[in-house]
Design a protein around this ligand. Structure first.
Ligand code: PLP
Length: 445
């Protein structure tokens, strides 16, 4: 008997009782290798003493002081730390409690920025298909995954969705990666012109698309072109690094690899590493100045923004990432893991693509490698892989609807950056076992 409202009513999950490095232990003593950090959260594993001590010390000092009255040390320090390492131009940090809150704040700040500058017509947001920006109504409106949007469609805000940069399926035969990137980036300009630039507030995208596409980075040059288009039309660039940020791709901020700096950047997940719920929206000095010289306040807010204990966790996590060299480690161990995946699955008849950066990797499953035909969604291949892996003590993050929100299957991997070389073998073996046992049922069906 339980009064918990679970993620699925048929779900009877085991109780997690202990964290031990890259493993979660349940109440029967079973150990699970966390190869996805839940959903790209647990970058430091599950038993980081420095972070837990930092949270405890903050709770002993003061747990909560409302930001309508006070600031606090951990929040100030965390903001300084983030800005010291952030892409050029970013200057202010708005601390929230998770990813959806970060993207909601970003969308509203973009709108308010234009209002403050006397451009009240700019309200339209352009996003991409097959993206995910969170589950609150604004964030869901920006998201481009049809399955997630569908039940709530009548409640969503109207936004535009252009193509993702998804080379495995979008790049045409004979087309170079650069030409492909330019072609899909130019969809942004076409949409801005169709709507009228004076109506467009911002473009939002994930530098490496996570949950809905399975670790898909853009091709070289894509984001540079996007930046140029935004600048040409006075449209703000919001990068959603909730999943791919905070070192996961081998860069503290994922967009470093793309050579662009956004006007607004969203982070969460790895920022608290699971030790506390925390997210952040970072914005440029210019955006902040528009608010400062205008109404003087961002018309937004939640009770728990800038929460001291959450900020203390964030400060300890970012300090660990920077001072323990864990961002570089994510890059290097990610390369090792990717090489092991290529070795095991590179010739696998049902693994069409192995992709991603650093400790943010994805495998796309196909019924046929040549034609890239997906499995029938009725097979529920991704769900079967998840179940088989979990039964065998492996946590990974498979998802369906990769191609269009309905068909296509991928497995997302986002292990802790502290993963040891010896654990790479365990991860790959267990994943191979889960994929092959799930495929045995899918192919037979
Ligand atoms: N943005 C991206 C890119 C995400 O991957 C997620 C969650 O998976 C979110 C936003 C929403 O974050 P949260 O679940 O913390 O609200």
């Amino acid at each position: 008997m339980t009064h918990i409202f679970p993620r699925h009513t048929a779900m009877r999950p085991p109780r997690a009782v202990k964290g031990d490095g890259c493993y979660i232990v349940d109440d029967t003593g079973k150990r699970y290798l966390d190869a996805s950090g839940g959903a790209a959260v647990s970058c430091l594993g599950h038993s980081d003493q420095a972070v837990t001590e930092a949270v405890k010390a903050q709770l002993d000092a003061i747990a909560f002081a409302h930001t309508g009255f006070f600031t606090n040390g951990p929040a100030e320090d965390l903001a300084d730390l983030l800005i010291a390492h952030a892409p050029e131009g970013l200057d202010r940090v708005y601390l929230v409690s998770g990813g959806s809150e970060a993207t909601e704040a970003a969308l509203k700040l973009a709108r308010q920025y234009h209002l403050e500058r006397g451009e009240p017509g700019r309200a339209r947001i352009i996003a991409r298909r097959q993206s995910y920006h969170g589950n609150t109504l604004g964030a869901l409106s920006a998201g481009g995954n049809m399955w997630r949007r569908e039940p709530f469609q009548p409640m969503l805000v109207e936004m535009s969705h252009i193509a993702p940069c998804y080379a495995y399926r979008g790049q045409a035969d004979g087309e170079s990666a650069e030409d492909y990137g330019r072609r899909v980036a130019d969809e942004l300009e076409a949409e801005i012109l169709r709507l009228g630039p004076e109506t467009v507030a911002a473009f939002i995208a994930e530098p490496v698309v996570g949950a809905t596409l399975g670790a898909v980075p853009a091709v070289p040059g894509y984001f540079r072109r996007i930046r140029e288009i935004c600048d040409r039309h006075g449209v703000l660039l919001i990068l959603d690094e909730v999943m791919c940020g905070m070192g996961r791709t081998g860069h503290l901020f994922a967009c470093e690899a793309d050579g662009v700096a956004p006007d607004i950047l969203c982070i969460a997940k790895g920022l608290g590493a699971g030790y506390q719920p925390i997210g952040a929206m970072l914005c440029s000095a210019e955006i902040y100045r528009a608010i400062e010289e205008g109404t003087g306040f961002f018309q937004h807010g939640h009770t728990y923004i800038g929460h001291p204990a959450a900020a203390a966790a964030g400060r300890a996590v970012v300090t660990a990432l920077v001072e323990r060299g864990l961002v570089a480690r994510a890059g290097a161990m990610g390369d090792t893991l990717k090489a092991a995946l290529v070795e095991r699955f590179g010739q696998h008849p049902h693994v069409g693509d192995i992709r991603g950066r650093g400790m943010f990797l994805g495998l796309e499953l196909v019924a046929d490698r040549e034609s890239k035909a997906p499995f029938d969604p009725a097979c529920r291949l991704n769900a079967t892989i998840k179940k088989a892996a979990f039964a065998n003590g492996l946590i990974c993050y498979p998802m369906g609807g990769t191609i269009d929100g309905r068909s296509g299957d991928h497995v997302l991997l986002a292990p802790p950056f502290i993963l040891e070389e010896a654990q790479v073998g365990e991860l790959v073996d267990k994943l191979a076992g889960a994929i092959d046992s799930a495929l045995a049922t899918a192919v037979a069906a």
